[in-house]
Design a binder for this molecule. Structure first.
Ligand SMILES: N[C@@H](CCC(=O)N[C@@H](CS)C(=O)NCC(=O)O)C(=O)O
Length: 207
């Protein structure tokens, strides 16, 4: 079973490349970039409803949405990152949707105002408002991680942790963002120490 990932590493495609590195299986990487000749080409638009990367192609299935792709890959391959029971599957889906809805919008806002925009265009007040809005979901994560012995599902590092950590990635330039949530900070440290994370970061640097 092999698959193709479309998207350059310096986009949300990095989340899927991270998962692919965790699986350690061969795959094809098509470096589609956002914009003309990339995501706006008719061929790519035929793959992605929103014309956005990443896209996964596998066994005739075409999937968009980075975090959903990761859930699918975790289930498609025999890996400890995937669910062992229907209950684990439900929890992994829950934490993935939590990452997408409760964490990502404000974490992205923090990223925009700490790293992504040129310094003159960054708005510290917008960054601080986003950080304040993250306090509640980060506290919820903290409670779950403490109860789970450091992981969200099944007492081991799973796709739920990976998907959440791929959003915590946005907070890397905001020192102190995880200071009030030591278990979340510990998960982020663990995620960064994984060889698959380091491999993904190398792909980002290569472009
Ligand atoms: N919710 C989507 C968002 C994907 C997304 O925004 N991709 C950006 C790159 S990070 C993109 O393709 N932008 C090009 C465009 O919107 O035209 C996901 O998680 O996959």
């Amino acid at each position: 079973m092999t698959f193709t990932i479309h998207g350059i590493a310096r986009t949300r495609t990095s989340r899927v490349l991270w998962m692919a590195q965790e699986l350690g299986v061969p795959y094809t990487h098509v470096k589609t970039a956002p914009g003309e000749g990339g995501t706006r080409s008719p061929a790519f638009r035929a793959l992605s409803p929103m014309g956005r990367v990443p896209v996964l192609e596998m066994d005739g299935l075409v999937l968009s949405e980075s975090l959903a792709i990761n859930l699918h890959l975790a289930k498609a391959f025999e890996t400890p990152l995937g669910p062992r029971t229907k209950e684990e599957d439900g929890l992994m889906t829950m934490w993935t949707l939590f990452a997408a809805t409760e964490l990502e919008p404000n974490a992205h806002e923090v990223l925009v105002h700490t790293l992504n925009r040129p310094e003159a265009e960054r708005d510290p007040a917008a960054r601080d408002a986003a950080l304040a809005a993250l306090a509640r979901p980060l506290a919820a994560l903290e409670t779950a991680l403490v109860a789970g012995g450091g992981h969200l599902v099944g007492g081991r590092f799973t796709v739920a942790d990976l998907n959440v950590a791929s959003i915590l990635f946005y907070l890397r330039a905001a020192p102190g963002a995880l200071a009030a949530t030591p278990a979340v900070a510990a998960l982020w440290d663990e995620a960064q120490a994984r060889p698959a994370y380091a491999a993904m970061m190398r792909l980002r640097e290569e472009g």
